[in-house]
Ligand binder design. Sequence first.
Ligand SMILES: [Zn+2]
Length: 72
Amino acid sequence: MFDKEKIEIPCPGCGRKLAKTIGELRHQTQANEKCPGCGASIDLNSEGVRRGVKQAEEALAKLKRDLGKIFK
Ligand SMILES: [Zn+2]
């Protein structure tokens, strides 16, 4: 349900941030993405990226709960 939310993945080569949506990261078929800046390959299945997706989802779920309380 948060598939459209974007998270940023830092390139290990140049530090440039790659914006990907949670949906893309969850359903992506290719495990690597080339950095548009330096051409380094970024591992989209790495532990760090998965953790980032999970954290973003949790933060969004909490936000939604809080908003639900306010507008009740
Ligand atoms: Zn790069």
